[in-house]
Ligand binder design. Structure first.
Ligand code: ATP
Ligand code: MG
Ligand code: ZN
Length: 166
């Protein structure tokens, strides 16, 4: 047994899970974020360098299923559905864990919505959603691979999704 494992051994002989940062009492853990997307997740949540929130970010953490993943932990915050929808676009395998009294009390995977309204900007400068008309952008969503099709002009966005978020 490695030294780290020995230190984590608890009285019943099982191994306590190693945690990279101090556990949080209440808040949200966004786990299994596609490696490289943690900063985009923060952006979606409106968290910048001037935030007063208690936030920890882990990048490129080794993980069984995904090989590498990012993790974002935020104290005293629960996410809105619109925030989770945006996260699903850039991190389709993410899980949202709600923490209360240090325990995970709820866990669910993000789910790509079937349609996006007012979430993404169409690339086509002539698209009606980009004119002075008060037309809200609308995309239909293909899940695998993630592809978004503008319902007005058929333009497809498949790369740089974070940069298209409104
Ligand atoms: N109190 C806490 N403070 C901070 N992070 C926590 C806390 N409790 C759990 N986590 C983190 O939340 C995530 C989910 O916790 P859980 O105990 O369900 O892990 P898991 O069994 O590996 O889950 P999964 O099957 O989703 O990978 C992990 O990344 C874990 O480190
Ligand atoms: Mg896990
Ligand atoms: Zn368009």
């Amino acid at each position: 047994m490695k030294r780290n494992e020995a230190e984590n051994k608890i009285s019943d002989g099982s191994l306590k899970k190693e945690m990279r940062v101090r556990p949080i009492k209440h808040g949200t853990v966004i786990d299994h974020i596609t490696a490289g997307q943690a900063l985009n997740v923060l952006k979606i949540l409106g968290i910048s360098g001037t935030t007063t929130a208690v936030v920890s970010v882990a990048m490129n953490v080794p993980s069984g299923v995904l090989e590498k993943k990012d993790i974002v932990k935020i104290e005293d915050r629960e996410l809105k559905e619109t925030e989770v929808d945006r996260i699903s676009l850039i991190a389709p395998d993410a899980t949202i864990n709600i923490i209360r009294d240090f325990e995970v009390i709820d866990k669910h995977r993000v789910e790509l919505p079937l349609q996006l309204e007012g979430v993404m900007k169409c690339d086509n400068p002539n698209c009606i959603s980009n004119t002075v008309e008060p037309v809200i952008s609308k995309f239909t969503v293909n899940k695998k691979p993630v592809e978004l099709r503008c319902i007005y002009c058929d333009h497809v966005i498949s790369e740089g999704i974070a940069e298209h978020l409104i």
